[in-house]
Write a protein that binds this ligand. Sequence first.
Ligand code: ZN
Length: 316
Amino acid sequence: MILNTAVETMTQSEKTALQSQQLKTLIERVYKKTSFYQKRMDSIGLMPADIQRVQDISKLPFMTAADLSANYPFGLLTIPLSSIARVQITTDIRGAIGFTRQDITAQIEMIARSLVACHITSNSVLMILPTDFDTGLQQAAESLGITVISGCKDNVHSQIKTILDFSVTTLFSSPIPLLQLADFLKKHSFSTHDLPLMNLVCEARLCPASIRDELMAKFQIPIYTLYGRADIMSLGISGECHQQHGLHIHEDHFYPEIIDPHTAAVVADHQPGELVLTTLSREATPLIRYRTGEFAVLARERCSCDRTSARLTFIT
Ligand SMILES: [Zn+2]
């Protein structure tokens, strides 16, 4: 099942047309609304009218986390603070990312698409173990009719009891509590097979291949990952489908590029490099060609799940 067929199965020409319009509108807006972007474009003699197609993105300069810090707290906002519904403060760098209500609604829908893509639907019971993430996952799950169990304690015994009491099918957690849970079961002569779990969902940045292999060995059920980061959007930028051929990026909201980290030249698909993201739809704090410092490869062929959105595979 595909939640948003019109978007998730766009043809390349439909995608290019949409992204071109979004980028053009975005650049016109940020040039008018933020001195940061205006000064950057002026410094290289670039005008909004020079951006007509999504391919013109290569004319725009990159930005980094240092730009977030330098413009803290309001320098990158394109609308008044009174219209901001949420501000996400980043902890590792001093940054502040604003979200309007529309930005938050978009995030919830993106996460919902990803849940559906890994067959987590209204028949599922999702338990969210304590995390630092925002409420986007819970709201996305609730919007799909998934039963959400939240407010769980750190106590492993209590977690296992809740999983059994409510026949939890899906656990969202960082990997360490999951490993602790599996070890607890083993220590008490039980197995993860004694639980009704059908899949696990983890945040991609916390679940590199080695950890994923360890979780697989202990649980022997699919482990799906969702990608997010506090300086862009904490969860839902991309997510795996049930075929697990990379994380589908929501390309009506994000434009991905992979660059050579040394030369900043865009590399070909399937070639490793640094992930760069542009927030095509973001109202409050748009980020343009934001260098993530993370390494990945990009694939754009249609996935065997039938989605046409580009897929990221992180290199860890
Ligand atoms: Zn897929």
